[in-house]
Design a binder for this molecule. Sequence first.
Ligand code: KIV
Ligand code: NA
Length: 266
Amino acid sequence: RKTVTVPGLRAMKAEGKRIVMLTCYDFSFASQMEMAGIDVVLVGDSLGMVVQGQSSTLPVTLDHMVYHTAAVARGLKSTLLVTDLPFMSDRDVPHALEAGARIVGEGGAAMVKIEGAAPHILEIIQALDERVIPVCAHLGLTPQSVHKFGGFRIQGRDQDAADRVVAEAKAVEAAGAQLLVLEGVPSSLGKRVTDAVSIPVIGIGAGPDCDGQVLVLHDMLGVTPGKRPKFSKDFLAGRDSVAAAFAAYAEDVRNGAFPAPEHCFN
Ligand code: KIV
Ligand code: NA
């Protein structure tokens, strides 16, 4: 398989090829994702919730992110590896550069992901990009803002809020972001954002019209305790292996079968 690269993802958007992305936290699952031909693997700070059992992503530290990134990197070869900047590692440019240096240098990621489009976040995106660390932006339902939002709530529901998300998407692209995760927004806004920028938009609960999709590993294997989020799907149900679940997910994203209307917000 050809190595997945940051410029290669842009080419996939231009060619209309959907991008398949999953979160991952360890070597063994990373090896399975590599074999399944997943395009992009994300070491998400969701590890605070699905690996550590925390009720939000806020307790996750930079050391945790570097530790899991290094483990995942050992299982990957041609898959692009992206890692989240954890809570408050993006409080200013110097801390974000230090975090990016450790995640890429020690951890082995090719790209870092950062939430939001506040003025200091745009500065950080530009600073990382100038120091040749590619950046994935993350807009919509940004989980590190859980206390500000008053819970994990769908974003961009009214016209003003939707217009704001479109403006943020243009701003992160202008700052130098090369990829954008869009989470927890109505499908109509998912389409607007995807059409508004030339960087690929990866949706999670953002409708079927994004350039790709991402799910949390534990959600898509049906092992997350409690209720399955509406936007997710258990791809292991009715299949006999994790490998088969990953293959089915990749196929359904590529042919547009996932997400179906029942996984979307209107
Ligand atoms: O941490 C995470 O898993 C994420 C994805 C939900 C995009 O940021
Ligand atoms: Na995250």
